[in-house]
Design a protein around this ligand. Sequence first.
Ligand SMILES: [Zn+2]
Length: 672
Amino acid sequence: MAKKETKKEKREERRSEFIARFKEFLHKKYYKEAVKAATEEKALEVDFKILDKYSPELGEFLLSNPEDFFEIVEEAVKQTELPGPVNIRFMNLPEPINIRNLRSKHMRKFLAVEGTVRKASEIRPEIMKVMWECPDCGETTGRERSGGIIPKLFECKCGNKRDFKKVEEQMIDTRWITIEEPFELTEGDRPSQVTIMLTEDLVSPEGRRLTDPGNRIKITGTLKEIPRGKFQTAKLDFYVDANHVEPVDIGWEHLEITKEDEEKIKKLAKDTKIYDLLVDSLAPSLYGLREIKESILMQLFGGVPADLKDRTHIRGDIHILLIGDPASGKSQLLKLVPDIVPRGRYVSGKGVTGAGLTATVTKDEQFMGGWVLEAGALVLTNKGLLAVDEFEKMTVEDQVAMHEALEQGTISIAKASIVATLPARTAVLAGGNPKFSRFDPYVPISKQITVPDTLLTRFDLKFAMRDIPDAEQDKLMAEHVIKTREDEDYEESKPKIEPDFIRKYIAYTREHCAPKIVPEVGKLLKNFYIKTRKKAEGASAPVPITLRQLEALMRIAQASAKIQLQKEVRREDAQRAIKLMKASLRQLGFDPETGMIDVDRSEGAVTSAERSRIRVILDIIEELSATKKELLVEDIIKAAKKEGVEEVEEILEKLKREGMLFEPSPGYVQKV
Ligand SMILES: [Zn+2]
């Protein structure tokens, strides 16, 4: 008995000592701030490094035994003369611990973690403490929540063990969030996650905005276990009881750019061959696709966002849509591009689970209690690039939200009690499959992909990636593929500039360069726009030319200037933008040179009358193909004559060259 007493006495003594020391620390280092915080009813932020320097023992105490430490802090604050109560929050801990490395040894320790908020619950009051009254002596005893449950009172100080009456429940505003580890640490497709509990001032309106999905934050807090039964998922066996939250700017600073890197970037930027060098470094295992690759390059560097005086936001992100035949290399390209940008991710429209591409609100009683807002892929790649394959397979909800995301760079959501606007300034590289398995150049693009017109207009550049048989091209491509596989030193398949360095190059220009559009260049772009718009006025225009194209031209020109670290957009940058826009329009079946519908550059312009003849033939083939595969050419000619179409054989030849038909045996054709 006596031994136990001394132990207890010793503990008490140590406790008083620590209280005194923390009081002293508060007085010497933070008194003014503490008074201010108490007056403004805010929390006091204490720099851990200052505490640790002042008293390494206190620092160590906080890290190793936060629960006892905070009791001491509470007592010390009580004993300090302040205008009101004040919460103390500790920041600037030594290195954050990677979420994937959290282990049992970290349990009940004070630590820092960093990540992007993926899910957040509504803010709801939760019971933190229950006061019990003893029927025998009338004493009230409090039982505090620990790790999610509030233990019952079993015995009063007077010895009574029964009939306690609950006299008070202390509630506290609480929000549960899940953060996932930062991009640069993610290995594989599944980022590790950890659950965080936020309370009190951390869920004030300001705190709420900070912890909405999509934000990157650094949190300090105590790692606690979740008692079995509270959350049924076996994976969620611990959470961080947050003490401090701070935003982390997700610029590009996570990439280390050395002095040598900077010099190399500046040198490369001066080289006029830089555009070719970069294009050749983009997915070199994919042969050709020059204009598409050059467009993607512009997307990687991006335009310059602007906020106008009327508070409209003009995006700097360039969005690209690739509609491609199955064997056109589209998916390969979509998978390769995200690896080159600092914050890139690849998803499939069909395979996106949970929150989809944008954001969702779901009922989740079991996990966080009530409504939960979850960020989708676009929010999680904020300020980066998202490659979306099978774009047409996204959900209707995503389609709706995508309009705002692509134009304003935000996703607004209002459902149940949750109202939020999430950041999504993400460049989108989308890939879609044509509705009828192959791209049909005789049909407007908007009819070939199940994506609403309004959404299609958000894409700055659209391309069709077609698998057209061409003996000469095929030979070159086959050689390229074989050499890539056979010969490790094959120059053409190696990037001229390493992806790691391109990433730094992009990061550097994004940080240091925002080229302006000077009047001379603005005029050049404007003239092209007006001229093109005039030509597209006819009823046969497959693509409406709107102000969106003019904005796209400006963005692309800015991206081009960025690559050479220019302060102003030059004529040549504008010309590059016009060249790429023309290429995109041509692929959509509109030739900006002639104002004609252009189905195939090599074939020259086709009039709209011709185009409709082709359409008639295609419809006949479609109809006949319903009953048999191989179609007699004679049958097609007969049916066409009824519709008043002559020169059928000529059109069939053309369709064969386009790769839409082939000849299974003489006198027959078959759909590809
Ligand atoms: Zn009692």
